[in-house]
Each structure stands twice: as structure tokens, then as C-alpha cells.
Design a protein around this ligand. Structure first.
Ligand SMILES: [Zn+2]
Length: 195
């Protein structure tokens, strides 16, 4: 499945690799290569060579993703998060993130390096999640109102009343459904008058 990177935060983009969580959840990280595609698409560690990923890498990423989802949803539901989820995110964040290194001799750009590239990338995402749930931005996290989507996203609009993750997809579908329902209701009303 193609990944979506518009949630507004890398940790929410990762959470979104499971589609329709509250409806008919679809796993987007099925094989290790999906994880490699997600990391490349996210651009969070551009230039870092990730190397081959295996089934364990995939499980580690999925486990952390679910822990992040639990942390964020717990905040949205004003309840305590599962301590196991907190432990997982803290553990991942404890790994060293990628280190920038100046490309000598011109030093006009830098490359990223890490002893354990996957641990470094997961650490970046875990740190992003910790930053999100401990900052005022958490009050701007919403769940898409489309029942077939329910993606988490950061609402950066000024009024802060966004209902859908994207107006050109979920928002339009919702409006179309409302329009069709109204038109169908109007049609029924006409039929009733004729008889
Ligand atoms: Zn949506």
C-alpha cells in the first residue's frame, strides 16, 4: 500500500501505516521491505544507509508503532497509557539517533551515520512521540472523522476544528455522502408528494 506522510508528525505518520484502525484495520508494514519503503518515504533520515531489514526489524517497528498509538490515544481519551507502551517508547528513544557528519573537505553538506541504523531511526520516531505527548501540540491531535480512515493527524489550522485528515480525500467523501443522503431524502419526499 502507498504510505501517507501528511499527519504532521513522523510518529503519527508511522501510526498511520495501519489503516482504518477503528473500522477494518489494514496492516501496511507486512514485509521488511515495507518498513524500508516507509523510512525512505518519510525522509526523516535522508542519506542514512539503512541496510537490509529482517523480520525482527519489522516486529520492532510495529511494536513501537502500537506503543506510540497507545500513548497518543490515551492522551486523547484522558486516561493513563499502558505502562508497557511507555516502556517500549522510552527504550527505543534511549538508542542513539543518527549522527550528522560533515563531508570534508568542502563541508557544504553532511551525511548521517549510525552504528545501528534501524535503532537510530526508531529512536528518532520515539523521540518525536515523546516530544508530541509532552508538548502543547498534543491538544491539536485529532482522529479523522471518516469511519473508514480514523487516522491520527495534527490539526494546525487556526480554528483547530479540522474533522478530516485531508479535505481532498476523506473530507470530500464525507461531503459527497451527506449530499447523496440529502438528495435521496429529497427524492423520497417528491415521491411521497406524487402519491
Ligand atoms: Zn482521513
Amino acid at each position: 500500500m502507498p504510505f501517507n506522510f501528511t499527519a504532521g508528525r513522523p510518529c503519527l505518520d508511522l501510526v498511520r501505516t495501519v489503516k482504518a484502525r477503528r473500522h477494518d484495520a489494514v496492516e501496511g508494514l507486512v514485509v521488511p521491505d515495507d518498513l524500508a519503503r516507509w523510512i525512505a518515504g518519510s525522509g526523516i533520515a535522508a542519506g542514512l544507509s539503512i541496510g537490509p531489514l529482517d523480520a525482527r526489524s519489522l516486529l520492532a517497528a510495529r511494536e513501537m508503532r502500537e506503543a506510540i498509538y497507545e500513548l497518543v490515544v490515551a492522551r486523547l481519551e484522558s486516561r493513563m497509557p499502558n505502562p508497557g507502551a511507555v516502556g517500549i517508547v522510552n527504550e527505543r528513544a534511549a538508542s542513539a539517533p543518527p549522527q550528522p557528519r560533515l563531508a570534508a573537505p568542502a563541508c557544504r553538506n553532511a551525511t548521517l551515520q549510525a552504528d545501528d541504523p534501524l535503532a537510530a531511526v526508531l529512536s528518532m520516531v520515539a523521540r518525536d512521540a515523546i516530544d508530541l505527548v509532552t508538548s502543547p501540540a498534543i491538544a491539536r491531535v485529532r482522529e479523522c472523522a471518516d469511519a473508514g480512515c480514523t487516522a491520527l493527524f495534527l490539526d494546525l489550522s487556526r480554528p483547530g476544528a479540522r474533522r478530516w485528515c485531508a479535505m481532498n480525500t476523506c473530507g470530500n467523501q464525507a461531503k459527497l455522502r451527506t449530499y447523496r443522503t440529502r438528495r435521496a431524502a429529497a427524492g423520497t419526499e417528491l415521491e411521497r408528494r406524487k402519491t
